[in-house]
Design a protein around this ligand. Structure first.
Ligand code: UDX
Length: 424
């Protein structure tokens, strides 16, 4: 396994849990030394137990060398990042680098598995970089969500394997035999397209939900009940139906842009997807508008408490986080932003992406002196706080709940003004 990030580490731990012998290569020294000393470099529920169990059972090892990791391996998973380039396309340099590095060291007949999210045609590109006729390159996209990566990896909805060689496809599918998941075997291009299609669909669904919530506010309908009415239709379902401050994270924004780029290159006008992306930007602006209104019409010179900075709860990931975008935008518009997130330590040197925010040690400290409190990330612990205390420390008791996390009547009873997303 090459890369111990949000995909590689849970995947390695899961495969080891299934009984395979896994060597995980990670170049980042801090990540590697954390793993070697039994600490998890990422926040992920259940990961520490799974890793510890496999290390103790001699099924999982760590190394800093990709070359070392691939020695004797029958399967080599590429789990390296594919960040967004300036033009929206996926940057494949890490994939190319990894393929180049391992190419001559692969055992004859080894199967290279592309787990990183890569544009259609990338399996062929990796094959060309490796340049060996005995090596098959297979696409096996990941669908795990951060925060529930272990659960998702142990119980996947489906396993997708794209390969030109049916034997290689069957062998990769066999690695996941312990899951009861349906196996879809297809060509590499189709497999790569399935990944982008899934994330683009999810993003479009959320943009629809957020736009609908905006409409509900205008016409006086309650979005929560509207969505309840929608969700019971089995064709629609309840998953991915929660309005929020907009969708973000390390995948949806970059994958939708990459698919749009692929469509543009192919001469296809995917205006629906472009609309879903534009609608997501509008959602951020709508939430900022709500906060401005809660602050009496102007952000300049005011103090806002921001609860939550990660792109969703149960992860420490702030990449393309709508919560963080909003916090910075408030600061850019002149507000002092007092921020709390359970995964951020205010005592350590603030990482670059948090500069400009006043980092606080708990939610009460963040709320102190604020003219508005905005719930940006749906951390469960925010529900159970002492809101009478929050009320007493705030300058003006106004709540903007960008995740519809709190009980409006309970906080209104205490004396807060409350504004959710599409909610009465
Ligand atoms: C996503 C895909 O779900 C996963 O299958 C893929 O492999 C990687 O990308 P992830 O980035 O971990 O997973 O986040 P996800 O849980 O999908 O959430 C994406 C964004 O949508 C977050 O900003 C989240 O807060 C938001 N969201 C999600 C909502 O606003 N409402 C919802 O109902 C669900």
């Amino acid at each position: 396994m090459i890369g111990a990030g949000y995909v590689g580490l849970p995947t390695a731990a899961t495969l080891a849990h299934f009984g395979h012998s896994v060597v995980l290569a990670e170049r980042d020294e801090r990540r590697l030394s954390a793993l070697r000393s039994g600490r998890m470099p990422i926040v992920e529920t259940g990961l520490d137990e799974l890793v510890a169990d496999s290390v103790a059972g001699n099924r999982l090892w760590f190394t800093d060398s990709a070359v070392e990791a691939v020695k004797g391996a029958e399967f080599v998973f590429l789990c390296v990042p594919t960040p967004q380039s300036a033009d929206g396309s996926a940057d494949l340099s890490f994939v190319q680098q990894a393929a180049k590095e391992i190419g001559t060291h692969l055992k004859p007949g080894a199967i290279v598995v592309n787990k990183s999210t890569v544009p259609v045609g990338s399996a062929t590109m990796v094959e060309q970089v490796i340049g060996r006729p005995d090596i098959s390159v297979v696409s096996n996209p990941e669908f795990l969500r951060e925060g529930t990566a272990v659960l998702d990896s142990l119980n996947p909805d489906r396993i997708v394997v794209g390969a030109d060689d049916p034997k290689a496809a069957a062998a990769v599918g066999e690695l996941f035999a312990a899951t009861a998941a349906p196996l879809i075997v297809t060509d590499t291009t189709t497999s790569e397209a399935i990944k982008y299609a899934s994330n683009a669909f999810l993003a479009t669904k959320l943009s629809f939900v957020n736009a609908l919530a905006g409409l509900c506010e205008e016409v006086g309908a309650d979005a929560r009940d509207v969505l309840l009415g929608l969700g019971y239709d089995k064709r629609i379902g309840f998953e991915f139906l929660r309005p929020g401050p907009g969708w973000g994270g390390s995948c949806l924004p970059k994958d939708t842009q990459a698919l749009l780029y692929i469509a543009r290159e192919a001469g296809y006008d995917f205006s629906l997807l472009a609309g879903a992306i534009a609608s997501n930007d509008e959602q951020l602006a709508r939430v900022i508008g709500k906060i401005r209104t809660a602050c009496g019409g102007a952000l300049d010179g005011t103090t806002v408490a921001a609860w939550g900075l990660t792109f969703k709860a149960n992860t420490d990931d702030r990449r393309d986080s709508p919560s963080l975008h909003i916090a910075h935008e408030l600061a850019a518009q002149g507000a002092t932003v007092r921020a709390f997130d359970p995964t951020v330590d205010p005592e350590s040197e603030p990482p670059e992406d948090l500069r400009g925010l006043e980092l606080c040690g708990d939610p009460y400290e963040a709320a102190t002196g604020a003219k508005a409190l905005v719930v940006l990330t749906e951390w469960d612990e925010f529900r159970w706080l002492d809101f009478a205390r929050v009320h007493s420390v705030m300058d003006v008791p106004a709540i903007v709940d960008a995740r519809n996390l709190l009980d409006p009547s309970a906080v209104r009873r205490i004396g807060f003004s409350y504004s959710g997303i599409g909610r009465h």
